[in-house]
Design a protein around this ligand. Structure first.
Ligand SMILES: [Fe+2]
Length: 234
């Protein structure tokens, strides 16, 4: 993991603002007063942490935990975690969560009228290898309606979390799929003003990642900070 010292700030418009009017819930949760900077001390930056030995290779395959195979299109999602200078970030925890192929989360709060899949829980985790690389096997998630505006549907996406050395250094973002027509209508994706920064959340189809007859492949690199940082949720 790289140091927590000074680093280049992201360019304006490349990270989401607290308030983005078209994204309805930001009107309620965005701060109305100036923020107070709470300095992070060693206690926050060094712990609490998680146990690396609790993450096994089976946790990065989201398709093997049911009695049978989940429904949908099997995909490989792989990439690297990088710092602002393009250095890889080895041995850090990457977590994903997503809905199933029908657009339904296996969560009691999701009451979307779409079927649950008994063979798909939609959560996985992996530790990056010595070159900062992660690799998940999963199902391509479906779109789902979310009520933000008339007939609003989220483009297909996978939620990503990257831990640094401690819980306080966690970063969260979303990975999208190339060519999705819903991207142009999505106020969460659109909350990033800079088009090139938005595109850093869109994965790339990668033939080299595919598994013949079994899975398609998408590449998604995550840049933690600096001018080329992946947009992260506040
Ligand atoms: Fe989601």
């Amino acid at each position: 993991m790289s140091t927590n010292g000074p680093y280049r700030k992201p360019l304006p418009g490349t990270q989401p603002e607290f308030l983005h009017e078209p994204y309805g819930s930001t009107r309620k949760r965005s701060p109305s007063r100036p923020l107070v900077i709470v300095p992070q001390l060693l206690a926050e930056l060094s712990g609490p942490a998680f146990g690396h030995d609790e993450v096994g290779p089976e946790h990065s395959d989201l398709t093997i935990h049911g009695a049978g195979a989940p429904l949908g299109e099997r995909i490989i999602v792989s990439g690297r975690v990088l710092d602002e200078d393009g250095r890889t970030v080895p041995h850090t925890l990457v977590e994903v969560w997503q809905c199933n192929a029908a657009g339904r989360y296996a969560h009691r709060n999701d009451q979307h009228d779409a079927p649950l899949d008994p063979n798909f829980a939609g959560a996985g985790r992996a530790i990056t290898d010595g070159e900062g690389r992660f690799r998940f096997t999963t199902i391509r998630p479906g779109a789902y309606p979310w009520g933000n505006h008339p007939n609003a549907w989220r483009p297909a996406h996978i939620h990503f979390s990257v831990f640094g050395p401690a819980f306080m250094t966690r970063l969260v973002t979303q990975m999208y799929f190339p060519g999705d027509p819903l991207l142009a209508y999505d106020p969460i994706f659109g909350s990033i003003a800079d088009a090139r920064a938005r595109d850093r959340m869109v994965s790339a189809f990668d033939l080299d990642l595919t598994v013949p007859g079994t899975a398609l492949g998408f590449r998604f690199d995550i840049v933690l900070r600096g001018r080329d940082a992946t947009p992260m949720e506040k």
